[in-house]
Ligand binder design. Structure first.
Ligand SMILES: [Zn+2]
Length: 373
């Protein structure tokens, strides 16, 4: 059961013949309770004033930071502050605007979802490639090695008991943090191009972009790199532009990587191991999503706002087409229904608690194949 896509391009065939166990009522009850909640609250599951207001605030934050960085900042500390602010704002565009848009969850209007999904192109990533990598592979087959590309760090890291163990992984809980700073740079400059050239995301095939999809990809990369390098270079020495670009992108990469990892690559999340000859996953799809995803810092409204609700990823995985402003309310329903069905729902109380769990998970995975989650 793949997450819905707001796009009209035909979806590729299922990436693998993997099937989930037949539903036993867990998902049906969740959907019924969520529908009840929306009917009682009198609010639509998508869109609404708060989504638009949040998007305006974040876009203004990013634009203000960019203008301050390029045209106002003079002293080194002003440059540092403006670049840090820009990095956080760009990450927030991803968390609060693009992610909802890409899932068709920003608005009831298709064109608004399309436009907000393209916020990713404007900040340097391809919304086309993301649709396959995130919407389909990650959301359908969460934490399944070889299919979910989000847990594939190549030889550099072992994020699943199914991944090959190499001797240096025993230090991954130490060396992985600086590597996270390369995520956005690599994504912007290398990964999208390599995936399109190969027609694959990891081992999974996907259709190469054509027509307007290709124009969007090339236009987005050109626009983002022009804003990041060309425009500043008209006003400042090139070496300063490059240093600030690298530092800003490294901060963005670190923020994105850490937030992604805290939902799935923690000790409490399951990483099902599937023998090569087995094509059926033990759990039904909705149960699999709860088992492989962990929430954190649910009671922290500032973090919830900044992350666009991505500290409530269990709800997001169960209801990918619902706007993030509803996650806190739906999380209570998910917790209740999970308890009734004997499905283990886990939430870390704090952000640091989740970070600690990610650290310990990396250390356990780095020790070798015998340590499964
Ligand atoms: Zn998502």
């Amino acid at each position: 059961m793949a997450a819905d896509s707001p796009r009209s391009t035909p979806l590729p065939p299922p990436p693998t013949p993997l099937k989930f166990a037949p539903p036993k009522g867990f998902h049906a009850e969740l959907r019924a309770r969520a529908a009840e909640h929306f009917a009682r609250a009198g609010r639509p599951p998508r869109g609404g004033f708060r989504m638009y207001l949040d998007a305006l605030v974040v876009a203004g934050w990013a634009a203000g930071s960019y203008l301050a960085l390029v045209f106002l900042a003079g002293a080194w500390w002003q440059v540092t502050l403006a670049a840090l602010s820009l990095a956080c704002a760009v990450a927030a565009i991803g968390f609060k605007i693009q992610h909802d848009g890409g899932h068709g969850a920003f608005s009831e209007r298709r064109w608004v979802n399309r436009l907000t999904a393209m916020a990713l192109d404007a900040i340097g990533g391809s919304s086309y490639v993301w649709r396959f990598k995130h919407n389909i592979l990650h959301h359908s087959y969460t934490n399944l090695a070889g299919v979910d590309d989000d847990i594939d760090l190549g030889v550099l890291g072992r994020l699943s008991p199914s991944h090959r163990h190499l001797w240096f992984h025993r230090f991954q809980h130490l060396y992985i943090w600086p590597l996270y700073t390369t995520v956005a740079l690599k994504w912007q400059l290398v990964d999208d191009f390599v995936r399109v050239a190969r027609g694959r995301i990891g081992p999974q095939r996907f259709p190469r972009p054509r027509g307007w999809d290709l124009v969007g990809l090339i236009g987005g990369k050109t626009f983002a790199l022009s804003l990041a390098l060309l425009v500043p270079a008209l006003f400042h020495p090139l070496w300063i532009v490059l240093v600030v670009y690298l530092a800003t992108m490294m901060t963005i990469g670190f923020l994105l990587a850490v937030v992604f990892q805290l939902a799935h690559s923690v000790r409490e999340a399951e990483h099902p191991e599937l023998p090569p000859d087995v094509d059926r996953i033990e759990s039904e799809w909705a149960v699999h999503q709860v088992q492989t995803t962990v929430d954190f810092a649910r009671a922290n409204p500032v973090l919830t706002w900044l992350l666009g609700g991505l500290n409530f990823q269990v709800v997001h995985h169960l209801f990918p087409r619902v706007s993030h402003v509803h996650y806190p309310a739906l999380a209570r329903i998910v917790e209740e229904v999970s308890a009734r069905h004997g499905v283990r729902y886990v939430a870390h109380r704090s952000f640091l608690g989740a970070v600690a769990s990610h650290f310990l998970f990396l250390r356990e995975m780095g020790r070798g194949p015998s340590i499964a989650s």
